[in-house]
Ligand binder design. Structure first.
Ligand SMILES: *Cc1c(COP(=O)(O)O)cnc(C)c1O
Length: 233
């Protein structure tokens, strides 16, 4: 394996892309069906610029303020911006202006506000519903039984397009322990797509510690920070 001392982000990204491709092939999937979301929270615009130069095509951000700063510095790049953090309704206005896909919609109230704000700028906002598969009370996301009702609500908002589901499983040491949560999200998507009678193309699941297992379970968007940029401060 070649090591690039001067640009660790390039070397890290190459390695992550290889691991994504290997996990996809192992599970009989086309590697192109899995997209890397490079998670830039706490990282400088310079570090994200380096990731983009290295080939990252989607940047994920958790905080609106932080994303606005970086967006100004990096808006000349033809990349996608995804919002992956907890979104408050009063920030919906900024979210629809900055982000191509919002992964973390978990209430009808938030959906209604996104619809309203997207309408103002004549945009159809792509979203995912964040599902709290594990049922932990500390986690954001709607519980899986109510997720279907929320998905049905999405259909009545003309400036919202539901594209799939996202989850954050509990933190375990071994990636194999999170497999059941990923598999449950895949099954929920299947039930939901049948109920709504439409395709839900995306499953956003898997982070640095478990993205290969997530790909084996059907992830189309993996959200990776640490493996690209190193430990956060
Ligand atoms: C920080 C974060 C990630 C990336 O986590 P790593 O373990 O650093 O890869 C992914 N998804 C969400 C929602 C995050 O907040």
């Amino acid at each position: 394996m070649t090591m690039d001392i001067k640009n660790p982000i390039q070397a890290n990204l190459n390695r992550v892309m290889q691991r994504i491709a290997a996990a996809a092939e192992r599970s009989g999937r086309d590697p192109k069906s899995v997209h890397l979301v490079a998670v830039g929270k706490t990282q400088s615009a310079g570090a994200i610029d380096a990731a983009i130069s290295a080939g990252a095509q989607i940047i994920g951000e958790n905080y609106i303020q932080e994303a606005r700063r970086k967006f100004d510095a990096l808006m000349h790049h033809p990349i996608q911006w995804h919002f992956i953090g907890h979104l408050q309704s009063n920030k919906a206005k900024y979210a629809v202006r900055l982000f191509d896909l919002i992964h973390s919609v978990d209430s009808t109230k938030l959906m209604a506000e996104l619809n309203k704000q997207a309408g103002k700028i004549a945009k159809i906002q792509d979203i995912l519903i964040q599902v709290n598969i594990s049922g932990e009370t500390t986690k954001s996301g709607i519980d899986d039984r109510r997720a279907i009702d929320l998905a049905k609500d999405a259909a009545q908002f003309e400036h919202i397009r539901l594209c799939g589901l996202m989850t954050m499983p509990p933190l375990f040491n071994a990636p194999e322990q999170v497999r059941p949560f990923f598999s449950q999200l895949r099954q929920l998507r299947q039930t939901m797509a049948a109920d709504l009678d439409r395709d839900l193309p995306h499953l956003s699941m898997g982070m640095t510690g478990d993205f290969e297992v997530a790909i084996e379970e059907g992830a189309t968007l993996v959200r990776v920070g640490t493996a690209l940029f190193g430990e956060r401060q």
